[in-house]
Design a protein around this ligand. Structure first.
Ligand code: ISL
Ligand code: CA
Length: 542
């Protein structure tokens, strides 16, 4: 039910790295409860919780062993219920991560399949090898082979796993899988959650298991991206489950293009409420994400404009637990870190769509400070290293590309204060804390009248009270090497947003002028933008 949620600000929590209440070095639910006041003070409406279910953590919870149990690392179901009600008492609702392309291989269904129960074998994608060869030539998201022997290798049976081998794909041709998932969704919705972020939702149904066209990565993808089968499942889930609750869905849709996104979100089709697209996250890469090219602001601007024009309602995000930090990626950082962080936030609050913020973005956290592969925990990074080694790529080249792209860049513990453990933990953190926590932390930022949080709050409340920013149409006014300007217009009134992506003062493009409504700098100058300035003006025709 998009209409009840489109104006809301969503804040993503990666529980393992948010706040540790008991000193075991792992963030947990009681930790989140202890920080709810911070979220309330930011004016956040909805929390998206990355998975907190029981899991062996091969992929940090995206490998679920029991969809109705809380991971012991994170606490108990009582803790979760308390989190829900404590959040509700601050006007905050929670959405859960729904990971239904795959389960963990430690899920009871997979165990029973392995034990030979036909019913459960049919929950997964299990195929015969072809005379000593794998069932097909597909690729895998984690730089691995997507087929793993199922049970006794003598049987020559393999199960499909598009992600880690501990994440077997579910068989969405089986109606029993559908009923199980409906039941799981109702379980959480009945508790009062506000919906789901649906993990890799546009690949759940596979059209066929034939060989695919060869690609640099993900050979076979044409057989499973946004299939008719997936569209139908989504419509069924909407009709049978979602429609009966005050809740919404946001789909994580990999490799999605605008026509696919339109279909997935079209109101009359009744599938998803919103999608996360990725094209803007690819503006600094060549082909696949491990090959980076120099960031050019203009390519980010073009992709943003393309999606603003192409899709009537976007999700607005620059970060999540899979992406390096946006200040490191899209700005010069260093002495420009704060200014850059504010400008990027300005964009996220002024484009048309629902704003999604990832933990730490409100203080401009930077990429992790890892010195060697052994400090990185993410399975994807380790697989990529293995693959690159196999291709003959030597160190330090392998390390250089992993250091830049690793998902752990976003997963370092939240920096709450300058004390040891960064206010995140009193113990040994599960992942190295960025040593810059001494300067970059919530406490220090709050004490700074020019802090990022203060600007975040201004942006969030500005948007909340501006019908134009909430609902106005988008049109691009200027796209330069450094300056991006666009207009939001609603019944004749308009607001113009201006962003300077450079470390130099830049002229405001000709033809754009008006009263300053808000700026990230203290004394905005008429006619020019300070380095990394973000500004909103009410437009006057010249
Ligand atoms: O991270 C990616 C790009 O860096 C993607 O390939 C990512 O794996 C893809 O976007 C899917 O992500 C989601 O599903 C994965 C999980 O590892 C990610 O954390 C999750 O966001 C498998 O469940
Ligand atoms: Ca803990």
């Amino acid at each position: 039910m998009l209409k009840n949620f489109k104006d809301k600000t969503v804040y993503q929590i990666y529980p393992r790295s948010f706040a540790d209440s008991n000193g075991d070095g792992i963030g947990d639910i009681r930790g989140i409860i202890s920080r709810l006041d911070h979220l309330a003070s930011l004016g956040v409406d909805i929390i998206w919780l990355s998975p907190i279910y029981k899991s062996p953590n091969d992929d940090n919870g995206y490998d679920i062993a029991d969809y109705k149990a809380i991971s012991a690392d994170f606490g108990t179901m009582e803790d979760f219920d308390e989190l829900l009600s404590e959040a509700a008492s601050r006007g905050i609702r929670i959405i859960m991560d729904l990971v239904i392309n795959h389960t963990s291989d430690e899920h009871e269904w997979f165990r029973r399949a392995l034990a030979g129960e036909e019913k459960y074998k049919n929950y997964y994608v299990i195929k015969k090898g072809k005379g000593g060869k794998l069932p097909n030539n597909w690729g895998n998201f984690f730089a691995d082979c997507p087929w793993e022997p199922f049970g006794d290798p003598e049987n020559e049976e393999y199960y499909l796993h598009l992600f880690s081998k501990k994440q077997p794909d579910l068989n969405w041709d089986n109606p029993e899988v559908y009923s199980e998932i409906c039941d799981i969704m109702r379980f959480w919705l009945d508790k009062g959650v506000a919906g789901f972020r649906c993990d890799v939702i546009n690949v759940i149904h596979k059209r066929s298991y034939e060989d695919g066209k060869k690609h640099l990565a993900l050979t076979g993808k044409e057989h499973y991206i946004s299939t008719e089968g997936t569209h139908k499942i989504l419509r069924d889930l909407r009709r049978d489950v979602m429609e009966h609750y005050d809740a919404f869905t946001v789909g994580e849709t990999v490799m999605v293009d605008i026509p696919m996104a339109r279909d997935l979100c079209a109101e009359d089709r009744g599938e998803l409420d919103m999608v996360f697209s990725f094209e803007h996250m690819e503006c600094d890469q060549i082909g696949i994400k491990w090959f980076k090219k120099k960031f050019k602001p203009k390519s980010l601007m073009s992709t943003l404009t393309k999606w603003q024009e192409g899709l009537s309602w976007n999700t607005l995000y620059f970060e999540n637990h899979d992406q390096p930090r946006s200040v490191t990626r899209f700005t010069k950082g260093g002495k420009w870190r704060k200014a850059g962080a504010k400008m990027l936030l300005g964009l996220l609050f002024s484009l048309r769509g629902t704003t999604f913020i990832y933990q730490g973005q409100e203080i401009g956290m930077t990429n992790g400070a890892f010195d060697k592969l052994s400090e990185i925990k993410d399975i994807e990074s380790h697989n990529v290293d293995k693959m690159a080694k196999g291709l003959g790529i030597i160190n330090p080249f392998r390390w250089r590309l992993i250091k830049k792209t690793s998902r752990d860049n976003a997963r370092t513990p939240m920096q709450w204060s300058g004390e040891e453990g960064a206010g995140f933990t009193s113990g040994e953190p599960w992942l190295k804390i960025n040593p810059n926590y001494k300067e970059i932390n919530v406490e220090a930022d709050l004490a700074d009248e020019d802090g990022v949080i203060a600007f975040f709050k201004r942006l969030n409340s500005f948007k909340a009270s501006s019908e134009i920013l909430k609902d106005g149409e988008f049109s691009e006014l200027h796209r330069g090497r450094a300056v991006y300007a666009f207009e939001r217009r609603l019944s004749g009134d308009s607001i113009v947003a201006l962003c300077n992506f450079s470390t130099k003062r830049r002229a405001i493009p000709k033809g754009i002028a008006g009263n300053v409504l808000l700026s990230s700098v203290n004394s905005p100058e008429t006619g020019s933008l300070a380095p990394y300035e973000f500004r909103l003006i009410s437009k006057k025709e010249l």
